[in-house]
Every structure is written in structure tokens, then in C-alpha cells.
Design a protein around this ligand. Structure first.
Ligand SMILES: [Zn+2]
Length: 279
């Protein structure tokens, strides 16, 4: 993933990281990337990994990605569990995120450093988080009153001491569906990106306006996470097809409709992030 993000930084675009749920959604991510000739990140939440276990996920990704013509990374999103991170590193994930952002600063530093130490000899990319991103991601709930933006001085110290490959500072975006207009701290993003020189990941991508994405990308976000959109397209793609063909009861047709719904949404985002034709 690191090489993809460095290329994106040089080319002033962003790589989409899409949270998959099963074989069908994995195939949708890869086919969307192939049709647009884009590098792409298949992202798994810790919850999804625990639900299926590692072996089925690895088998889908190997089967779909190994015959693909575009660069593909397999990334573990927001993980607090060092044992699960270790397992994913050993079994074939190409990058992992340690999310110790709910811990005190020193503890976040220490846990993040441990993961870098574990991952670097195997050439696995590490993403870390600082600050608290509001909303629900996986089973991690951050209430509005508990959310706080990353502190710039701490961000610089954190990146100097941990040396992450990718950094997710809380800059005002939220996980889940936005209730109002999000207030993005663009100055903070620009400041952190310029001073740390670490590729920045943008979390809480679903629901942001196109110009917000573009501005964040222009200020240093080279990875954009899209999770909630895929959850909606996964469920609505299924329901909408069934509602309009409810006497059919042909599961394969429903799966196909769901696949196309997911794929079209992913293609739109890839084009918006500027990563089309960058494979
Ligand atoms: Zn996130």
C-alpha cells in the first residue's frame, strides 16, 4: 500500500479504500478498479475479519486479485487488537491500521510503535490514528462530545517517533451518515500534511460533497476510506431488485444486481479521487 500512496502523493490524486463484506463486494471493488484502470485498496474491518475469519477473505482476494491487471492492496481497517493485527500480517494482508486513538497519547505512541516494529521487517504498510473521529465504525463508538481533532504538535511528535507509513489525524470528518454539514478543519489538515510529510488517510468519506473530497486530496489526503456507502449499496441493491422483481425468487439475479450497484458506486468514487488510469 505504501508504494501506491507514494505514487498518489506524487501524482496529486487519492487511492480509494473500499470496505468489503463478502466475495461479491470484493469482486465489485476489483472489477471497478479494472474498468477504470486504477490502483485500489480492498479494506476489511476487524469486525468483518472476525465474522468470516481470515482464510475465506484471503481465498477471495487471492482468487480475484491475483489475475487482476491493476495494483491491489489488502488492508485491515481500525484494529485495536494486536493479536489480530499479527495474524493478518502473517496471513497475507499487505497493510494494517492500528487504532489506539482512544488511549492516552503515550499509550497510542507505544502501541503504534509496536505494530510498526512487527510489520516493517515483512514490508507491511502501517496506518495509525490520532485524535478521535466521531461516529460508529465497526463496533467503535465515538460520541460527539468525546470526539476531538488531532493536536498538530502531537501529530508531529507522533509521526517523528512512530514513523507510520500512513496517518489518519481526526480533522472533523465522521464515520457513518452525516447529520449536518461536516466542519472540516482544512488548515489543520494542511498543517499536519506539510509538517509530518506522512501520507494522510481520510476517514468518514461517505456523504462528503465532491468539492470537499477534492480539497482534502489537494491538501494531502492520498487514501480515502469508503465504508458506509458500500453497506448501503449492498443492502439497497438487494432490496431494490427484489422489490421490482418480487415474483422471481432468483438469488443469482439479486446477487448480480447487488454487484452492479456496488461496482457503479465504486467507479464514481475512483473517478472523483483522480485515481482512474493511474494503474
Ligand atoms: Zn475510519
Amino acid at each position: 500500500m505504501k508504494a501506491m500512496l507514494c505514487n498518489a502523493a506524487r501524482g496529486s490524486y487519492s487511492v480509494g479504500a473500499f470496505n468489503i463484506l463478502d466475495y461479491n463486494s470484493t469482486k465489485a471493488v476489483v472489477q471497478a478498479a479494472e474498468e477504470t484502470k486504477a490502483p485500489v485498496i480492498i479494506q476489511t474491518s476487524a469486525k468483518t475479519v472476525i465474522f468470516w475469519d481470515t482464510a475465506p477473505i484471503i481465498s477471495w482476494v487471492r482468487e480475484i486479485a491475483c489475475s487482476s491487471s491493476v495494483p491491489i492492496a489488502l488492508h485491515l481497517d481500525h484494529c485495536k487488537d494486536l493479536d489480530l493485527i499479527k495474524k493478518c500480517i502473517e496471513l497475507g494482508w499487505t497493510s494494517v491500521m492500528i487504532d489506539a486513538s482512544s488511549k492516552p497519547f503515550e499509550e497510542n505512541l507505544s502501541l503504534s510503535r509496536q505494530v510498526v516494529k512487527m510489520a516493517r521487517p515483512k514490508n507491511i504498510t502501517v496506518e495509525t490514528e490520532l485524535g478521535a473521529i466521531v461516529g460508529v465504525e465497526d463496533d467503535i463508538h465515538v460520541k460527539e462530545q468525546e470526539a476531538h481533532l488531532a493536536d498538530p504538535a502531537q501529530a508531529i511528535q507522533f509521526c517523528r517517533e512512530v514513523e507510520p507509513d500512513c496517518f489518519a489525524p481526526a480533522i472533523g470528518t465522521a464515520h457513518g451518515i452525516y447529520k449536518g454539514e461536516p466542519k472540516i478543519a482544512y488548515d489543520l489538515l494542511e498543517d499536519i500534511a506539510a509538517k509530518t510529510k506522512v501520507p494522510i488517510a481520510l476517514h468518514g468519506g461517505t456523504g462528503l460533497a465532491d468539492d470537499v473530497f477534492k480539497k482534502c486530496i489537494s491538501l494531502g489526503c492520498v487514501k480515502v476510506n469508503i465504508s458506509t456507502q458500500l453497506k448501503y449499496d449492498f443492502i439497497d441493491g438487494f432490496i431494490d431488485y427484489h422489490n421490482s422483481h418480487n415474483i422471481q425468487y432468483d438469488p443469482l439475479k439479486i446477487i448480480d444486481a447487488q454487484f452492479h450497484r456496488l461496482k457503479e458506486g465504486i467507479i464514481e468514487k475512483i473517478k472523483l479521487f483522480g485515481s482512474a488510469s493511474k494503474a
